[in-house]
Structures are given as C-alpha cells and as structure tokens.
Design a protein around this ligand. Structure first.
Ligand code: ATP
Ligand code: MG
Length: 375
C-alpha cells in the first residue's frame, strides 16, 4: 500500500498544497518549524483519521480558519483507494472512502501506517501507562478480539471499582462482587495471554531489526510483567488471579479500586540482558524503540495486512553514522513506502540507491518536489 498523492487545505501551517509521492522513499528536508512534521501528521491523519500529536482536531486547523481538508489517493496492487477527510468546527469530522461516507470507528484499520517520532522514546523512559497504551493499541490493531475483550474487561473493572468505592466505609458482601470477579478473571486472563503471545512475536521481529541496526553487536529482549503472581505457570493464571482478587479485597475496599489485573501490568525491554529503562544510553533506547516499531511492521504483515507506510520523524539525526547507514539500507530494501523528515543533510541518502527515493524541500508551509541538487 502506498500514498500516491496528497492535497491539503488549511491543515496546520499549510494553506493549499498538492504533492505526489514516490512509492518507495520520500525525504522531507527543511529547516526547523517549516511544516515537515505537520505533513507527516496529515499523512497519518489520512490513514487513521487521528493525529499522533493531539486528540483535539481543532488544533489541526490552520489558525484563522474553521476547517481543514485532506485528500489522498492510495494504491495497493491494481486497486486505488481515494480517502477524503475533512474537519469543520464545530460540526466535526467527515470521512469518505472511494466517495462513500464511512464512520470513523470503521476507518481505523483501513490503511496500515506506523509512525516513529522523537517522543516515542518515552515508551521506555516513562512509567507503565504508556507501555500499556502501546499494548492495547497494538493488540486491538492486530486482533479485533483483543479490542472486544479489553472493552468488556474495562467495563467489568469499572463496575467492581464502583462497588468497592460505595462500600468503602461499610461491609461489602463478596457475593455482590462475584459476577464482576468472574468477568475480570475470564477476560483478564485472555488479555494477558494475547499480550504475552504478541510480545513474543514482537520480540522475535524486533530482535532481527535491532541486530541489523547495531550490526549484531547488541541483543534485545522483551518481558511481560504481570501484577498477578502466577509463578511463571501460565496454566495457573486464572486461579492465581481469582485468589489474589480475594486476598486483596480488604485493601481494595479501603482504596476503592482493584489492585491486581492486566490494567496494572507492564512490560520491560532489556538490551544485552540489562533493563533498558534503567541502564541503556539515549541512543540505545531510541534504537530499541525503533526496533519495536519496526517489529510491528512484521506483525502487521503476518496478520495478513498490506505493507504499512512508515513515517519517521527526525530519526536520522539521533543515530550515529553506522546506525544511519543500516537504517537507510533497511528502508531501501523493504517493500513498503517510507517518509523521512530531516533538518540536516544525511550522507547516506546521497550514496544510497539513487532511483528509489525523492527529496522534497519543505519551507514555510510549501512543499517543493525540487531536484536533488537542492538538497
Ligand atoms: P522541526 O524541524 O523543528 O521539527 P518542522 O518542520 O517539523 O520543524 P512543524 O512541526 O511541521 O515543523 O511545524 C511548522 C509550523 O507550523 C510551526 O512553526 C507551528 O507554529 C506551525 N503550526 C502548528 N499548528 C498550526 C496551526 N494550527 N495553524 C498554523 N500554524 C501552525
Ligand atoms: Mg518536526
């Protein structure tokens, strides 16, 4: 799947812009604050009907206007997909796929795309909430059953927490909690099993990419960390979960929330056996997160999807020459389309395979598909 062209109207710092892209690599080059990330954001929005920077669509409208519009044409084998998406304040968003209106919720999985931006390093640096969000997002994108289980689990959790809160200072009949505990155990265990399987696949795929980027000098491993102590015996998961819900009941009642379950789980990433969050250098952390994202690509493909579009925001400047070279080779050799923003010239683009990329100059909200000499 690749994006042939895009048209923007009043999106961020773009007034009116149409541009055609290369099916392989597109390099968006320009000084700071010119509109490079904004263009990646527009592409991501066109693919997912969401921004990767904000949940507030209003911010995407060019200042002084009250709407934005993005149109783009995607190609997969012999098929064309025309996507039109517009947001008008205060009416909201409208999406059309091949001229037919489509609901936002039905659109999420249509065009596979993976974004890597500088803030993604927080996935390793910050607390578990971001990693859980990653698990839930990837899980849902890869397996619709994950999404349904997660939604139902969350509903049961809210009901249980509501009961705990209501009886915070009184007596709580355990029979009241029983139906919710049953739901939590059944769905929670299913979610954990799916997460563990997904992380195992992700570890395998990310390991390959990590090896490639580090020249096989470093290794990467991922470990699921559950709040449920099942002593590494997955077959005891349900029993352990049930037992720990009961054991923690008095404490949970005092606090007004459920203190065990997949809603509190986490995963850790280790480089050469050491926890990357605590011991890895900035460059190693960045490489590890990029490896996770590239691992996702393989998982999407395994799930039967089209080759995702890859958006890389400012990643090259963060890596040393060797990692830059390996990354560029990887991108040149993969089948799918990539977009790379950069504010600095990157040597490997000039020495790499010349036919398979275009360079665009981004300046003050204008994109110029100028010659390579401009670069
Ligand atoms: P850098 O190299 O620093 O990352 P960039 O080229 O990626 O720069 P963008 O993040 O794309 O820069 O932003 C370009 C400009 O867009 C910024 O100066 C910002 O002020 C402007 N901008 C952001 N949102 C809007 C908006 N809604 N309306 C008008 N301009 C906006
Ligand atoms: Mg930027």
């Amino acid at each position: 799947m690749y994006l042939e062209n895009i048209s923007l109207k009043n999106f961020r710092n773009y007034s009116v812009q149409t541009v055609s892209f290369h099916p392989d690599i597109n390099i968006l080059f320009g000084s700071n604050a010119q509109g490079k990330t904004n263009l990646l954001e527009a592409i991501y929005y066109l693919c997912t009907s969401r921004s990767f920077r904000t949940n507030n669509d209003q911010e995407l409208i060019k200042k002084g206007s009250n709407f934005f519009f993005i149109k783009g044409s995607f190609r997969r084998n012999e098929s064309n997909y025309l996507v039109e998406t517009g947001y008008q304040y205060p009416q909201g968003v409208k999406i059309k796929l091949n001229s037919k209106e489509i609901k936002r919720s039905a659109f999420i999985h249509q065009i596979p795309v993976v974004i890597f931006c500088p803030e993604d390093i927080l996935l390793l640096k910050e607390g578990p909430a971001l990693r859980r969000r990653f698990l839930n997002l990837e899980g849902s994108r890869l397996n619709p059953l994950y999404y349904t289980n997660f939604k139902d689990y969350f509903r049961a959790l809210q009901q249980r927490n509501r009961l705990l809160k209501e009886h915070r200072h009184g007596i709580l009949d355990p029979a009241l909690l029983e139906p919710w505990d049953q739901e939590l155990v059944k769905l929670g265990a299913a979610i954990i099993r799916m997460r563990i399987a997904m992380l195992k696949d992700l570890e395998q795929q990310s390991f390959i990419f990590f090896n490639l980027l580090t020249g096989a000098l470093e290794s990467l491993s991922i470990m699921y960390q559950s709040s449920i102590d099942y002593q590494d015996h997955l077959e005891h998961l349900e029993d352990s979960f049930r037992l720990q819900l009961k054991k923690n009941l008095a404490l949970d009642q005092k606090r007004g929330y459920t203190s065990v379950g997949p809603h509190l789980d986490d995963f850790s990433v280790a480089i050469n056996g050491l926890d990357a969050r605590k011991f890895a250098s900035q460059g190693q952390q960045r490489t590890a997160v990029l490896a996770l994202k590239m691992g996702e690509l393989a998982l999407f493909k395994q799930a039967g999807g089209a080759e995702p579009i890859v958006l890389l925001d400012d990643v090259f400047s963060e890596f040393d020459q060797r990692r830059q070279q390996h990354l560029f080779t990887y991108l040149s050799e993969r089948d799918g389309q990539s977009f790379i923003t950069t504010a600095v010239k990157i040597k490997h683009f000039e020495t790499g395979p010349k036919k398979r990329f275009n360079i665009f100059t981004v300046c003050k909200g204008k994109i110029d598909a100028g010659s390579r000499l401009d670069y």
